[in-house]
Design a protein around this ligand. Structure first.
Ligand SMILES: NC(=O)c1ccc[n+]([C@@H]2O[C@H](COP(=O)([O-])OP(=O)(O)OC[C@H]3O[C@@H](n4cnc5c(N)ncnc54)[C@H](OP(=O)(O)O)[C@@H]3O)[C@@H](O)[C@H]2O)c1
Length: 327
């Protein structure tokens, strides 16, 4: 089968088309004939050599795919050959075939196109676990989402809105801000020319927000704490602005704020299987009803993976970038 390999860390040009044997599923795994793979920011870090795959994972990139079941391990009863699915992987999605633990595989709703389905897994697992499980967002509360037009951001905005929360987002251009508002944010702040703390406090009459989904960290942490309401929760999922922050504990104590964060990829399959059940119960009905729309920026052929990475690194995209496998 064809795959995209990264023989040496570096720029997009280090992504090369290569060949591997088709992997074989273990007892509780399925083999997926991949229709499309979703791109994630983590793939860029892996390509640069800054995010090595966990032990046992394929060496080549790709954290999520859509496709059809080609074969199932002997303990799998949930899926049969030909079923349309999407799956969260520990790696190896940039390939014509991929193996996934059954606890990380979900059936595609009928209204989701086989290619578009590749945009679902990573964003839904990440947003559900961070905003709803760890952040405990409730209906009637306010969520601040940084990076509102990222793959993660567009999912967080729509899910939180459909949950009955009010959503404020940040993004790096006015066009992106208008997009965030078109999918459910009541306010989007262009963080390049407006201070998000002041804008957030103004929009909440000085109260602040209940939950923040942050992918920046660094000097954002102190500012996020300023923007939190009493008993607010800050959930950090990436450190694009730096992994260390200086914070004022008195402000945390006064607000009884909760600071947390998580990384999905190294979590055990048992945890991901729990999230899968929650997605089937709470998120898949919203995909079926159209409350959660899949937002695709562009699709590229597998052989054009380097171009797809350049697109993501340009940060011009809105929503998900996909790689398609063709026939
Ligand atoms: N912890 C986890 O388990 C987990 C899982 C999945 C993803 N993630 C992380 O979540 C983030 C989004 O992932 P993705 O794949 O959806 O990537 P993506 O589409 O490339 O999004 C990256 C986003 O970061 C935003 N950003 C960068 N600097 C910012 C700043 N100073 N203020 C506000 N926004 C800023 C960008 O906004 P502009 O382009 O508008 O500047 C862009 O929307 C990535 O950092 C990724 O590593 C974490």
């Amino acid at each position: 089968m064809k795959i995209i390999d990264v023989p040496v860390p570096g720029g997009p040009e280090t992504l090369v088309l290569s060949e591997r044997p088709i992997p074989q599923p273990k007892a509780e795994e399925v083999l997926i004939r991949v229709a499309a793979a979703g791109l994630n920011r983590a793939d860029i870090l892996q390509r640069r050599g800054n995010y090595p795959p966990p032990p046992g994972a394929p060496s080549y990139p790709g954290l999520e795919v859509s496709g059809t079941i080609e074969a199932a391990g002997e303990a799998v009863t949930e899926f049969k050959r030909g079923d349309r699915v999407c799956a969260l992987l520990q790696g190896g999605g940039y390939a014509q075939f991929a193996v996934a633990p059954v606890g990380q595989v979900l059936p595609l709703p009928d209204n989701v196109d086989l290619i578009q389905g590749a945009a679902l897994a990573e964003t839904c697992f990440t947003v559900w676990s961070n905003v709803f499980m760890f952040g405990q967002l409730r209906s009637g509360e306010t969520l601040l989402v940084h990076g509102g037009t990222s793959g993660i951001g567009v999912t967080a905005i729509q899910l939180a809105k459909s949950w009955g929360a009010r959503v404020i987002a940040t993004a790096g251009t006015d066009e992106k801000c208008r997009f965030c508002e078109s999918i459910g944010a009541s306010l989007a702040i262009n963080y390049r020319n407006e201070e998000f703390v002041a804008a957030t406090l103004k929009a909440t009459q000085g109260r602040g927000v209940d939950v923040i989904l942050d992918m920046v960290a660094g000097d954002y942490t102190a500012r996020n704490i300023e923007a939190l309401a009493e008993a607010g929760r800050l959930v950090v999922i990436a450190t694009q602005g730096g992994a260390t922050s200086t914070i004022d504990w008195l402000k945390i104590m006064r607000k009884r704020a909760v600071l947390t964060g998580s990384a999905l990829r190294p979590r055990p399959t048992a945890f991901k299987a729990q999230v899968k059940q929650a997605l089937l119960e709470h998120v898949w009905p919203r995909v079926r009803s159209g409350a959660l729309r899949i937002i695709i920026d562009r699709t590229f052929a597998l052989s054009d993976a380097a171009q797809a990475h350049r697109r993501m690194e340009s940060s011009e995209h809105i929503g998900k970038i996909l790689l398609t496998m063709g026939e």
